[in-house]
Design a protein around this ligand. Sequence first.
Ligand code: BF8
Length: 658
Amino acid sequence: MADETTSSVTPPAPAEKTSFEDYSIDPTAAEMLEIAEEMHIETAFSRSREIKPCSTGAQGSCCKLCAMGPCRLIGKHERGVCGATRSTIAARNFVRQVAAGAAAHSDHGRDAALALKAIASGEIEEGTIADPVKLARVAGYLGISDVGKDPMALALEVADAALAQFGQQSGELAFVKRAPKRRQELWHRLGVTPRGIDREVVEALHRTAAGTDQNYVTLLDGAVKCALASGWGGSMLATDLQDVLYGTPQPVRSSANLGVLSKDKVNIVIHGHEPLLASMILDATAEPEMIELARSVGATGINVVGICCTANEALMRKGVPPAGNMLHQELAVLTGAVEAMVVDVQCIFQGLVEVAEHFHTRLISSSPKARIGNSEQIVIDEHRPREAAREIVRAAIENFPNRGEIHIPNVSEPLVAGFSHEYIRYMLGGKMRASLNPLNENIVNGRIRGVAAVVGCSTPRSVQDYGVVNVVRELIANNVLVVVTGCAAITSGKHGLLTPETMEFAGPTLKEICETIGIPPVLHVGSCVDNSRILTILSDVVETGGLGDDIDGLPAVAISPEWFSEKALEIATYAMASGADVIFGGVGSPVAGAPEVEEYMISGWRERYGGSLRFIHDAADIAAAALDLIDEARRALKIDVAQERVLFDMDMRRELSV
Ligand code: BF8
């Protein structure tokens, strides 16, 4: 471990889970799990105890692509019936996971483009463009001039150009140009520049079809191209177009954890990923008619809170409080205080259906793409989302009198979120000199040792929140500036790491910078599609100068201490191919059954792309590895020797010979 470490990592997480406290370091989890047990209700936590993970599948050693199998490569079996090796099978499974993740994030981007088109063409009534400045910038990225165009006409052009990115068959995605020049050249040289978003997802799946690509290196290049199509395509479009539609985030205060549920208001939980319906629901709850209706049933108002990335989207732009991360979805319903939980796509547990049946909670599926078990459906008609939003709010209000006993943990933490790339530039340089210069200078002079993105999920296979909290605390204690997204951001919020006061846990030089600028050492930059904001920030850091000419030279790492999702693997892959060293934790490597592939992701990818992907179980080891990687980059940049601090007044004294 690097010498500066102040070791804030707490003792190892319990290996055996014998009490409710062993499942999570968030006390609300134990409180709610006790209720679940008393009521004989299953949750993801209890099921994870009952169901042991399949060790063959966990290592990527099971091939079920064809009816000659499934072939489980365990023991003496080195090849499947067709002759496919462990490496081919592990790589193929990985590519399929990446493709599914890229499809999910990119389809989200497509929906944002369709929403923009519907608003711009007047199909969605009362639709507005929240950020015309960003609209003009995005138009520029897509090669569209904004001169003399009214925002709605421009928005229509942008929406059409964005949609064309999905079906494009040749050339390269427009946003690839936002990567550093050197990176673009490398991708061209290696033949992984994404051509069209859908095309790369389809090609990745085709490569993995039985009897197709059977070389793990080329298979993994297929995963790279597909992941880049999401990172620098579908996800980036989702982020940009959502900023255009709902506003580019800037700092906002809120609070997080189950305590944000209200005991005397109608509680609506918005859960999933796409912000269109959430935004309409928020509008509907502000309508006098709805407020009056809520009072008429005995409630004092309507309270909207979030789970998962819908929570992040609504938090970043409207200050909507997150009730919790992915593992809190069932726990929120267990409070008995949720009148309606509205879900759309991704990371939604089917187990919610059964939990909701024990309470009055109405579980409402809203996406035409996803119905959760036999939950009721109020599907958003993409042309008339306001009607669906009003119907949902009315349903929640009318359900309030059906509440039984409630139990809301009295736990929530204040937080500040909303650090978009644009706002970070503004806070470092003001309106006239918005830039990342101060960030680069402080990295060069060593006051900021490096930057870490702590992202991703929570999983019952490890101890909820343990990895994220301990990795974040260890990194800031070692003067590493941390940005967080996704469930890791909500976790950070729940544990009080998103307030300026967190600087008390920061190393002395990072603390000084946080004090000067007035920011927390842990910056909430958004949802999981908003990992694309981190790509933009990293490109901007390179562009700003002084730290090399590509992302792979930066003292920066990406970490997901508690990953569970295919989307997380896709993010890991595009971050790696963009030049970042990536560390995943909590559970083991999904390619562990093929040590050759596991090693290739560390050193082979490093050689080829400058980035790497490794799987390290424990939080303390993850933090140590991250600090080592940061220090390695500092040495390569020759900025590893601490520079002597020269105080301004000492200079003046010398000049004045006093
Ligand atoms: O997309 S961090 S558990 S909610 S996958 Fe899912 Fe993971 Fe949470 Fe958002 Ni991202």
